[in-house]
Design a protein around this ligand. Structure first.
Ligand code: AVI
Length: 319
């Protein structure tokens, strides 16, 4: 027994599953099976995603950086003085950092599901920006956003870059934008959005020659094994990425190479050869369609900037 403790509690073996175990179990038993894309981002998944952003095939990060570089001053004029920049899905914080010089926020609030990864990014930022107040929050963005109360809604600029909004289905994207707006009435939003373009450009961005995206996708199975106690073997699965033009989205799947049975405490699922687990959607927008979505969420004063090829757009809007 630890010193000072008078009893020692162990969870009984039949303890009911934690919510994320229940969510994974329900998704794996569904037809077709699916895993929420948030499970892509354990520590290794976050590092793999950062590596993906450096691939020649993965254009979104570079296009967005080009927009911030070419239009940073114009964006800053449009957005106005920024007290607090709230970065949704901050990752390595590199995208926000590109805007610090033009937006000059006083307070930076990076939010990411991968709390350990965020902490190391914040340690680095604190050295480079000693005068910037930084309040990191480790949070799954599908949960309620509890922001520091001292930042009034009108002082908040929500920053949602990288087309992460595209990883939500249309209803969830609208609900997310509405939630953001409620939190920043009188303030604003800066959001990056990937645009519809030919399949020949889209598909290699999600199925690259070095197979980093395949590793990123397959790694979700190891994360699921840790959370659920399942016995997925990465070698049984094959990465698939395709553009579904009817739904204007890239889909990522994991496809069984042969018959596979996966077990976890209390359950099992059999997969036939070729059967898939859907792991991610990445929606691509026409600019007008995204402006309409912002309007439906209650935003106004909508403006957007694009890269030189018109592959990606950054929107600003007032809440
Ligand atoms: C984070 N998100 C915007 C990326 C995307 O492009 O949808 C995630 C990703 N999936 C595969 N490659 C990158």
């Amino acid at each position: 027994l630890p010193a000072g403790a008078d009893s020692y509690f162990l969870a009984p073996p039949s303890a009911s599953p934690r919510p994320e175990q229940q969510e994974l179990r329900d998704g794996l038993l569904d037809n077709p099976a699916h895993i929420d894309p948030k499970f892509l981002y354990d520590a290794l998944g976050s590092s793999l995603f950062t590596a993906i952003t450096q691939l020649p095939e993965y254009y979104p990060t570079r296009c967005e950086a080009e927009i911030f570089e070419r239009h940073g001053q114009d964006i800053a004029r449009r957005v106005g003085p920024v007290q607090a920049m709230i970065d949704l899905g901050a990752g390595d914080c590199a995208k926000a950092e590109r805007l610090f010089a033009s937006l000059r926020p006083r307070h930076y609030v990076p939010i990411d599901i991968s709390a350990d990864y965020l902490q190391s990014a914040v340690r680095r930022l604190r050295l480079s920006y000693p005068d910037l107040r930084i309040t990191p929050i480790g949070l799954d963005l599908s949960q309620a956003l509890a922001l520091p109360a001292e930042i009034a809604p009108e002082q908040r600029l929500f920053f949602y870059p990288g087309s992460s909004i595209g990883n939500l289905d249309p209803e969830a994207a609208l609900a997310m934008l509405r939630r953001i707006r409620r939190q920043c009435v009188g303030g604003g939003l800066l959001v990056g959005v990937d645009r519809v373009k030919p399949r020949q450009v889209l598909e290699p961005a999600y199925d690259d020659a070095l197979h980093l995206t395949a590793a990123f996708n397959l790694n979700v199975l190891r994360h699921v094994n840790r959370v659920l106690g399942s016995d997925f073997d990465v070698d049984d699965w094959h990465h698939v990425a395709l553009f579904n033009s009817d739904r204007s989205r890239i889909e990522m799947h994991l496809q069984a190479r042969h018959p596979v049975t996966v077990t976890w405490p209390g359950d099992a699922r059999h997969f036939a050869p070729g059967e898939r687990i859907h792991t991610e959607n990445s929606y691509k927008f026409a600019p007008q369609a995204f402006a309409d979505l912002l309007g439906r969420a209650g935003f106004n004063n909508i403006e957007h900037w694009s890269d030189s090829r018109g592959w990606f757009s950054v929107f600003s809007a007032r809440a």
